[in-house]
Design a protein. Structure first.
Length: 112
């Protein structure tokens, strides 16, 4: 019996100097592993980081939860975590949730 359903690949990777990239579909089933992977990368970097969200394929509250977890870790280490490549849908969800001001880079995303 196969216990693994086919899903889109989802990853968080180091994409450059002081840059992480989150890509794919974040779901309740994979968010715990993503959180741990991202926390390892943030801890290993030890410097302010930007997280590129341009390849995130969905806007879901679980994405916002993940980003807030990473944000708390960074803050506890006196690091700044800024998000870039925020989709219109993810920005709208953050705005509806009252989180835009808690996720650096989200407020700068929306003009107008």
């Amino acid at each position: 019996m196969n216990n693994h359903a086919p899903v889109s690949s989802v990853t968080v990777t180091r994409a450059g100097e002081h840059l992480l990239a989150l890509s794919g579909v974040v779901t309740p089933d994979n968010v715990a592993d993503l959180r741990a992977a991202g926390e390892q990368l943030i801890a290993a970097e030890g410097q302010d980081l930007t997280v590129d969200l341009s390849a995130v394929e969905c806007a879901h509250s679980v994405v916002l939860s993940l980003l807030l977890c990473w944000q708390r870790l960074a803050a506890s280490r006196n690091l700044t975590l800024t998000f870039s490549g925020v989709s219109e849908r993810l920005h709208s969800l953050a705005a509806l949730s009252g989180l835009v001001d808690h996720l650096p880079g989200f407020a700068a995303h929306h003009v107008g």
